[in-house]
Design a protein around this ligand. Structure first.
Ligand code: FA5
Length: 357
């Protein structure tokens, strides 16, 4: 029995020499020291021995058990050490390498323009206001001196909202519901608030049934409205000039060109001098490719029509004012350094384009 115990240790050491992971170690453990393993089987033979033999063999068996445990402990440690080493190789990190900065986004080109525009008008005392982008026909047209069926409405190529149940145009409290074709719907809404004087800048989305290199079906306008007891075209001209110089550069100038809008009288189109030919219309004797005549159109403006002031609940004999409405995208596209030849690219969500600004 003594020899068999010694042989068990020799066999165990040999078996453990080819063990490299915990699964294999468990197999050997079951075979040698499991409940029905080789050691347990040998120990059963102890019962048949005499008392003296039991003493001797018992001592040897204890020493064998201690050696077996030591062997298992040695191999367990070896496997654990190898695991740690493998993990360190796998997860090795060079803390001296430069860090990878997370990619930080930025405001869309149009949002940047909206912030710049708001900032310029804020310096003149204009307060940012917001008005519905889906509104009743009354605010978009009727209150702006464009009665039902007036042909001037055609210019706005309006989207009306259909009722999903009846397929009829949806009726709101203030007439048919429209996707606002301009921000001028905010004029009467602002006057109705009854807080005077008014110096508002309202920037919002507009929608028209148009899609060309210069027209987007969805675009933004910024609407200025001043209503006070005294107001003049000179003041309007001063505001336009201040905006043009602040946004485009000190060398740019503006002109008001007579025009016609139903909601302003007199009405104008505001032009700014071209940044390429500096308002001359030609460069080195050749017609300017950008403007052809020295000026670029920015948008509409004028003195608020008395009927609109009345619609706002105010007395046109007491109050007067001016208004203007310009396209954010077109204004931004006229700025030096923004070389965009199709307005619609702004809304294609192509990151290769957006990341350039
Ligand atoms: C108007 O919308 C008037 N409400 C402006 C106004 C306000 C006049 C207050 C007087 C007083 P108009 O239709 O011209 O005017 O549009 C004004 C500007 O909006 C245009 O000059 C252009 O810059 C921009 N715009 C118009 N339609 C589009 C479009 N489809 N895509 C991009 N910009 C557009």
């Amino acid at each position: 029995m003594k020899d068999e115990l010694e042989k068990l240790v020799v066999d165990l050491t040999a078996a453990l020499s080819s063990v490299h992971d915990t699964a294999a170690l468990e197999v050997v453990r079951v075979e040698y020291v499991g409940r029905k393993g080789r050691l347990a089987e040998l120990m059963k033979g102890l019962a048949a021995l005499s008392v003296d033999e039991k003493k001797v063999i018992g001592q040897i068996a204890n020493s064998v058990k201690a050696r077996v445990e030591a062997e298992f402990a040695r191999v367990e440690k070896m496997i654990a050490d190898a695991d740690v080493k493998a993990r360190m190789t796998r997860e090795w990190l060079d803390v001296t390498l430069p860090g990878a900065a997370p990619s930080v986004g930025h405001l869309h080109l149009v949002s940047q323009a909206i912030e710049d525009i708001t900032d310029i008008f804020r310096r003149l005392g204009f307060v940012r206001a917001r008005h519905p982008e889906i509104d009743g026909d009354y605010y978009a047209f009727e209150a702006l001196n464009m009665p039902k069926d007036h042909p001037a409405r055609d210019e706005w190529e309006t989207f009306f909202i259909r009722d999903s149940h009846s397929a009829e145009v949806m009726q709101g409290q203030k007439g048919k519901m429209v996707l606002t074709p301009h921000t001028s719907n905010g004029q009467v809404r602002e006057m109705e608030k009854g807080v005077l004087p008014i110096r508002m800048i309202s920037i919002g989305k507009c929608y028209r049934r148009q899609s060309t290199a210069r027209h987007s079906p969805m675009f933004h306008q910024f609407e200025g409205l001043v209503i006070d007891k005294k107001s003049s075209v000179t003041e309007l001209k001063g505001v336009c000039e201040y905006f043009a110089k602040s946004y485009f550069g000190a060398d740019r100038t503006t002109r008001l060109r007579p025009y016609h809008f139903r909601f302003t009288e007199p009405s104008f189109e505001l032009d700014i001098s071209c940044g390429i030919c500096k308002g001359v219309g030609s460069v080195g004797g050749v017609k300017c490719k950008l403007c052809k005549e020295g000026w670029l159109e920015l948008g509409g403006a004028g003195m608020v029509h008395p009927n609109v002031i009345k619609a706002g609940g105010l007395d046109p004999d007491v109050y007067a004012g001016f208004a203007f409405g310009w396209g954010v995208e077109r204004t931004m596209m006229m700025r030096a350094g923004v070389n965009i030849d199709d307005i619609r690219i702004l809304y294609r969500n192509d990151l290769r384009f957006i990341r350039q600004f």
